[in-house]
Design a protein around this ligand. Structure first.
Ligand code: PMP
Ligand code: GLU
Length: 401
């Protein structure tokens, strides 16, 4: 009977999240007994810190289990304001902050509030899988700005200029990037800032990986490079990656008051507020000790060294050393066109499928990120899994002819 109900036209615009889909497939195969090594979904392989969990439990015990204010509890918004003032020196008021149900939801609220038919939104590619669908669901058009491996996936005025039209409304920045791990140089951000000032673009800066940076010195940020853009910038962040809280679903957005007010209107008519319990836990994360992200980073570092060393030792494979986040994005294209049992591996979907079926390695095909030459591996998994995984990659590639 299901087919009798027609779906809305917008359902033709999007597919399910490929990162979540591969993860679900890998988990299902594992449940059936397959010896799966999961390099697919990007989430820290750490437990949420105990003091954060305690705050959540306390919220339940104290009966803090009702609706909250639509933009989030005032003390959490104040804590976010204080954290940015202390860590970055950026000044916001509490009514310039919205707490929502994860970083992805912040992006969704923002796109619904700002973009519509006729608007073009620049998305540097490779991009995180959810940017294009969320722009499309708002009725706007994603325009991809191609970044190259040779330039460490940095933005340049050349590649930007090719994509700008009269309809360009804004740009989505993600640094460190999912999937490449690259960070934008101060020069690239300066270029974006000047164009945005000149043309009145909105700048969306998705900083969800800003606590996981391996390079020395502070991460270049557009608000430091050109503070004048603050009035046209929406900052997206959350506790999913920084405090290993992916399941708690707490994100937050900061920006001009009228934009946050519009996002609150959408939130009031959709999710009302994020979970009261998770907000109390996030408050403990944001206002408590800040050493947890650094500890995670310390354990990611040797894994990054190892996985990069192994991948780049394979003939034909190149890989940019990620400056942040917990992904590597090796170029497998030298192996495209080769065959296994007569079947051609013609691109990243077939390669990722081959690694899963033959070697029980779950990865995400680069095509999902708009870059078919590549395969994404998350190294937020144990060193043992990485060692075994790299062995399996080498074996799998050696079987191709
Ligand atoms: N932005 C990027 C680039 C991401 O990789 C993620 C991870 N899912 C998010 C935003 C959203 O994170 P979440 O919704 O889990 O808070
Ligand atoms: N951001 C993570 C990833 O890219 C989580 C999955 C998702 O939200 O798409 O794997």
């Amino acid at each position: 009977m299901e087919e009798q109900i027609a779906l809305a036209d917008r359902m033709k615009l999007i597919k399910p999240s490929p990162t979540l889909a591969v993860n679900a497939k890998a988990k299902a195969m594992k449940a059936e007994g397959a010896d799966i090594l999961n390099f697919s979904v990007g989430e820290p392989d750490f437990d949420t810190p105990p003091h954060v969990c305690e705050a959540g439990k306390q919220a339940i015990d104290e009966g803090f289990t009702r609706y909250t204010a639509v933009p989030g509890i005032p003390e959490l918004r104040e804590a976010i304001v204080d954290r940015y003032a202390a860590d970055k020196g950026w000044k916001y008021d509490a009514d310039q902050v919205q707490v929502c149900c994860g970083g992805k939801h912040g992006l969704y609220n923002m796109a619904q509030a700002l973009f519509g038919p006729g608007d073009e939104v620049l998305i540097p590619a490779p991009y995180w899988v959810s940017y294009p669908p969320i722009v499309l669901l708002a009725g706007a058009t994603p325009v991809f700005v191609p970044l190259s491996e040779e330039e460490n996936f940095d933005l340049t005025s050349d590649n930007l200029n090719k994509c700008v039209t009269d309809k360009t409304r804004g740009i989505i920045l993600n640094s460190p990037s999912n999937p490449t791990g690259s960070i934008f140089s101060a020069k690239a951000l300066e270029t974006v800032a000047q164009m945005a000032l000149e043309k009145g673009w909105v700048i969306i800066t998705d900083d969800i990986y800003d606590t996981i940076v391996y390079d020395e010195g502070p991460l270049a940020h557009i608000l430091d490079v050109e503070p004048k853009v603050k009035e046209q910038t929406i900052l997206l962040n959350g506790v999913s990656k920084s405090f290993a809280m992916t399941g708690w679903r707490i994100g937050y957005s900061l920006g001009p008051k009228h934009v946050i007010a519009a996002m609150n209107k959408i939130q009031s008519q959709s999710t009302s507020n994020p979970s009261s319990i998770a907000q109390k836990a996030a408050l403990a994360a944001v206002s408590g000790p800040q050493d947890f992200p650094g500890k995670m980073k310390e354990s990611f570092l040797p894994r990054r060294e190892y996985i990069i060393g192994e991948l780049t030792s394979i003939e034909g494979i190149t890989c940019v050393n990620p400056s942040g986040a917990f992904y590597v994005f090796p170029n497998f294209s030298a192996y495209y066109g080769k065959k296994f049992n007569g079947k051609v591996i013609s691109g990243s979907v077939e390669m990722s499928g081959y690694l899963l079926e033959e070697s029980f390695l779950a990865t995400v095909p680069g095509a999902a990120f708009g870059a078919d030459d590549f395969i994404r591996f998350s190294f937020a998994t144990s060193m043992d899994a990485i060692k075994e995984g790299m062995k399996r990659v080498k074996e799998a590639l050696s079987k191709l002819d």
